[in-house]
Design a binder for this molecule. Structure first.
Ligand code: SF4
Length: 373
């Protein structure tokens, strides 16, 4: 499907002039424009878009597909922001509200460490009673207890909130977190950058400029970060591309993003409601992202939101990473996903092999730990 001669024939023979023009740009390694990406989203020639994306992916990543042995820890679901799309955050008086103690969190890290995990991904709600020091101390205690574990913690939304409650700048906060042991920032909280959409789904938390500024500051301090996009709710294709364009611009400037993660919206248990995205939309979003984000090395097919089977297909349509073992996913499961809450390393290896790719266990920074050829 992505053999050079075959892809050239595919581009030459496509019966739509605009798609042919875009295909020629891809073959020549030229950057796609905003308009090109919007056309790909609206195109009904799914096979063409997917084939171009996989061609680009194989040029970047060969037959390798990545995963990490990791654990998600969500210390609390109490949140002051109450975004309408969110099924995870609740007010403190809600019977579903929970908050983990430090001992509980360290026990989870220990379990992960003992089974060979080397990354913890820590994000949660924004509780009204947490002080700035609570965020820093949690990182410090995890790192002090398990120095070999990579700590990927706190979204840009949480960092922005820390700035509001402490009066400190992003640079001061990220420097203090780094000194406490923070290794990387996750990409959550980006949702869709458009002001129109944010007013509907997330009017109170950090806005697009604030999200991007936190990431830019992290990159300046040598802290790598991930980027996300929550799609499939009230946004348009144009707003998806505008979102990706802003990430691409920042990546041109800093080079600090490691991976782009499209997150499919799940509509259950929240005020926004709506419908689940189609599998075609999920796969096309991954393919367009791979084609448009020419300065991102990796595109993730996050198996939790996509489901294992669609994530496997995505590994042949532009994606090169499945995420990780995770162990205990709570956020997307609150919104109704039926995928498992975690997988063993063996299961991820099998998923990747069955997708026709070579599994590579990686660390947080995409350094290979083991190749399962
Ligand atoms: S998306 Fe994040 S900030 Fe918004 S309500 Fe949910 S947990 Fe809180």
């Amino acid at each position: 499907m992505v053999d050079m001669a075959k892809i050239e024939i595919l581009v030459e023979r496509v019966d739509n002039k605009e798609l042919r023009f875009i295909g020629e740009k891809v073959l020549e390694g030229k950057r796609l424009s905003f308009e090109d990406a919007v056309k790909l989203f609206y195109s009904s020639n799914f096979n063409y878009v997917a084939s171009l994306a996989e061609h680009v992916n194989r040029k970047k990543n060969g037959m390798f597909a990545y995963f990490v042995v990791n654990r998600q820890i969500n210390p609390t679901n109490v949140c002051i922001y109450q975004c309408s799309f969110c099924s995870f955050g609740v007010v403190r008086s809600d019977p579903r509200a929970y908050e983990m103690g430090l001992d509980q969190i360290l026990k989870k890290v220990e379990e992960t460490y003992n089974m060979g995990g080397r990354e913890v991904h820590i994000v949660g709600g924004i509780p009204p009673h947490w002080r700035y020091e609570d965020y820093v101390n949690l990182v410090r205690e995890v790192k002090r207890s398990f120095p070999e574990v990579i700590v990927k913690a706190w979204t840009a939304v949480e960092v922005h909130h820390m700035s509001k409650i402490s009066g400190k700048s992003y640079e001061e906060i990220l420097s203090e977190l780094k000194e406490a042991g923070l290794d990387a920032l996750p990409g959550g909280g980006a949702e869709i950058f458009s002001d129109r959409v944010r007013k509907i789904i997330a009017p109170y938390k950090a806005n697009a400029e604030e999200y991007l500024q936190v990431h830019k500051t992290a990159h300046k301090l040598g802290i790598p970060t991930n980027a996300t996009m929550l799609y499939g709710h009230v946004e348009t294709y144009e707003e998806r591309v505008e979102h990706m364009e802003r990430l691409r611009s920042l990546q041109d400037e800093t080079g600090g993003f490691q991976v782009f993660i499209p997150l499919a919206y799940w509509p259950h248990g929240n005020r926004l409601g709506g419908r689940r995205t189609s599998s075609v939309d999920d796969l096309k979003t991954i393919a367009v992202a791979r084609l448009f984000l020419d300065n991102f090395e990796h595109i993730k097919a996050y198996w939790v939101t996509l489901g294992e089977r669609i994530a496997q297909v995505a590994l042949n349509m532009g994606a090169d990473d499945l995420d990780g073992t995770i162990e205990e996913e709570k956020i997307v499961h609150s919104a109704g996903t039926s995928s498992a809450v975690g997988h063993t390393k063996e299961k991820l290896i099998k998923l990747i092999r069955d997708a026709g790719k070579i599994p590579v266990e990686r660390d947080t920074f995409y350094k290979p730990v083991a190749i399962y050829a």
